[in-house]
Design a protein around this ligand. Sequence first.
Ligand code: ATP
Length: 198
Amino acid sequence: MLKKVVIQGFKSFAEKTEITFEPSITGIVGPNGSGKSNVAEAIRWALGETKTKILRSERQQDVIFTGSQGKKPVGMAEVTLILDNSNKYFPLPYDEIAITRRFFRSGESEFYINKSPCRLKDIHELLVDTGLGKHGYAIIGQGQVDEILFSSPEEKRSYLEEAAGINRYRMRELEAKKKLLETQNGIIRLNDLTCELI
Ligand code: ATP
């Protein structure tokens, strides 16, 4: 369960802003353009979303606060998601899991799990089959219900597979196949070298 989102320097959130999600329903209300959608985007972004279309921006750098009346632009966007893990749903020995993404104007990205630097791949692996991952269904954006309803049979199958919890194994299968191919290529190369030596 998502317990808290901490946003700083992301889109309209210049200052550090903490949003706590209590059990049951949390509603975010505010006037048009006040940043409601930016909260959902911050969550997607921290989970590794890079598609500028989904983030309603043209370049990756556009997610960094660009300044407003009386507030200077900042050099870095940072979003942290605090997930409850008291039931050890995630295979890590912590009651809370903090996933952090940072992005600097220079184009550098940093990812952390509980303050330890990691790769984006580690975050994807942690979240696969939870619905929160890259192609997760935990965040349904405006217009996305139609998108799911009218998606191709292959895409619908992918949603079902995520819910059924088999994407984790599909990911491992792909990695194993890649390693197998690399090993086969290594053997071919070795055979070539052996032939040259004989
Ligand atoms: P609506 O109810 O109309 O959908 P909303 O509350 O969801 O609006 P958002 O779309 O989340 O609002 O926020 C839009 C605001 O975010 C705009 O005022 C826009 O200027 C601001 N914004 C977006 N990107 C940045 C950025 N990089 N720096 C500063 N402000 C930004």
